[in-house]
Design a protein around this ligand. Structure first.
Ligand code: ADP
Length: 251
């Protein structure tokens, strides 16, 4: 299986803070990897490096084998979908306009845009009638479904999600976690999914990477992290959230 995302020798500092220091991180195609760790451990920085919003001080980021650089960013960007916590929808555009924006900008004919929107409505289980609403007229969960549609419009190879469910209430959140898992399985896409909730990571992802102060502490299947923690921090981090038996870790 080839790598969809590869970071080699990547270091990123902000002033005196090392935000990220990753000798190697490889995400194989069709893998859903959850990035988890305390606030400030470098999760968002990692996503921003993969989408080319930040450049590493050292090392290389590859997406689908192509090294990220100012020269390749325009080529890579359409292959990467990016969803942030509040959805980041443009407030002056309707849900439909938000979703279709990039495809229209790229000159897709109307029938192609319409056909893709129909597929995405089905995939994200969004009610078609909501497409004419503006973001302020949508609930948090609906906004995130629209943000997901927008991120998937160009059928990207890689999907980056930065705490996409962080602002939602527990019931909506749990429903969306299951729906997201189903979307990932149907699309067979590669996903980097940031969360600070380990139970959520266990539902949506194949593997979990635990970060601390910019470094990778351990990576593995959810059950491996409890069975064979690489560091006391892993045990502590998991125990602080929930007892493992409450997490339903069967994957
Ligand atoms: P996380 O997403 O895990 O909460 P971040 O990747 O946002 O963590 O941040 C990692 C570290 O880098 C933190 O110490 C944060 O304060 C710092 N940092 C992130 N972005 C910036 C920035 N643009 N300027 C200065 N410091 C930053």
């Amino acid at each position: 299986m080839s790598a969809a995302i590869e970071l080699t020798g990547v270091r990123k500092r902000f002033g005196g803070t090392v935000a990220l220091d990753l000798p190697e991180l490889v995400v194989p195609e069709r893998t859903v990897l959850a990035l988890i760790g305390p606030s400030g451990c470098g999760k968002s920085t990692l996503l921003r490096l993969v989408v080319g919003l930040l450049r590493p001080d050292q090392g290389q980021v590859r997406v689908g084998g192509t090294p990220m650089s100012p020269a390749t960013r325009d080529e890579i960007l359409p292959r990467v979908g990016y969803v942030i916590q509040d959805g980041g929808l443009f407030p002056h555009l309707t849900a439909l306009e938000n979703t279709a924006l990039v495809a229209r900008h790229r000159g897709w004919p109307r029938d192609r845009v319409d056909a893709r929107i129909r597929e995405l409505l089905d995939l994200t289980r969004l009610d078609r009638e909501l497409l004419d609403r503006y973001p302020t007229e949508l609930s948090g969960g609906q906004k995130q479904r629209v943000a997901l549609m927008r991120a998937l419009m160009l059928d990207p190879d890689v999907l980056l999600m930065d705490e996409p469910l962080g602002a939602l209430d527990p019931m909506i959140r749990s429903r969306l976690q299951r729906d997201l898992r189903e979307v990932f399985e149907r699309l067979q896409t590669t996903v980097l999914f940031v969360t600070h909730d380990i139970a959520e990571a266990a539902v949506v992802s194949d593997e979990i990477a635990i970060l601390r102060a910019g470094r990778l502490v351990q990576r593995g299947k959810p059950a491996e992290l409890t069975r064979a923690p690489a560091d006391p921090f892993v045990t502590e981090f998991i125990a602080a959230q929930a007892p493992p038996e409450a997490l339903g870790w069967s994957r």
